[in-house]
Design a protein around this ligand. Structure first.
Ligand code: FPP
Length: 242
């Protein structure tokens, strides 16, 4: 009989990215409206941030609102915007107690002023923290991010600040919202869908994917541990041969 391999000493990912999906389905399965699911989903963020910080991870990036999510009803969008403001206010102490640095990626265009204020305040107040970097992808779309990077590089070339021949993969990386963060090595998606949904398309090139049927409001630290254990069991080849 073959024994299961001992992966306990294998390294953890440095950067975990999560697509927090299934709030709506979870609520509807309970006869509740979608907002109920988002509120329950917001409660789950705290234990996950705390666990990632306790585990000594470098970065955690959560997909909170995509550039496509504006097509949802006004009521749902407004519930979500209120939740982000409430979250950033209520979790301030957690970020201080755990030395967590807060960061946002995504466009500022279209975000309500109170959301922008809350994001800016949290970013400023935690900028010297040296523990986990917790990034909210808010009003984020990867194709938009790549388009902005292309424009910014083209402008530098046009102005003579950069030579065409100097453009490398690193140049692209440095012009993304995520500049300075390591690429995610693990992507977790809840609620079972097998797609990327315009999330970190460049940065996830070599990430391991872990998809669970558990909806985000029921994603616990134990579920996170299962994803980390699965990651440890993977053989990462980065296109090479082991
Ligand atoms: C996807 O579920 C989730 C979102 C679009 C929003 C994510 C927001 C939260 C988890 C709550 C707030 C977060 C913070 C950081 C305070 P869905 O609505 O697409 O679910 P469905 O696919 O079942 O409809």
């Amino acid at each position: 009989m073959s024994q299961a391999p001992d992966n306990t000493t294998k390294p953890l990912p440095k950067h975990v990215a999560i697509i927090m999906d299934g709030n709506g389905r979870w609520a509807q399965a309970r006869g509740k409206d979608r907002s109920y699911g988002h509120k329950a989903g917001a409660e789950v963020v705290r234990p996950i941030v705390t666990a990632c910080s306790d585990l000594g991870l470098e970065a955690l990036t959560l997909y909170a609102f995509s550039t496509e999510n504006w097509t949802r009803s006004n009521e749902e969008v407004s519930t979500l915007m209120d939740l982000y403001v409430m979250y950033l206010e209520s979790e301030r102490q957690l970020f201080f107690d755990n030395n967590v640095r807060f960061n946002q990626i995504g466009s500022r265009d279209g975000l309500p002023p109170e959301v922008l204020d809350a994001l800016d305040r949290m970013k400023e107040e935690t900028k010297h923290h040296t523990g986990l970097t917790m990034t909210l992808a808010l009003n984020y779309g990867s194709r938009h991010e790549l388009t902005l990077a292309a424009k910014s590089i083209a402008k530098k070339v046009k102005l003579g600040d950069m030579k065409l021949t100097d453009i490398t993969e690193q140049t692209i990386t440095d012009h993304l919202y995520t500049a300075g963060l390591p690429d995610p090595d693990l992507l977790i998606r809840t609620a079972g869908e097998m797609r990327l949904s315009n999330y970190l398309l460049w940065q996830l090139s070599y990430a391991e994917f872990y998809v669970t049927d558990v909806c985000w409001p029921e994603f616990t630290v134990e579920e996170l541990q299962k994803a980390l254990a699965a990651f440890k069991g993977r053989t990462r080849r980065f296109g090479g041969v082991v």
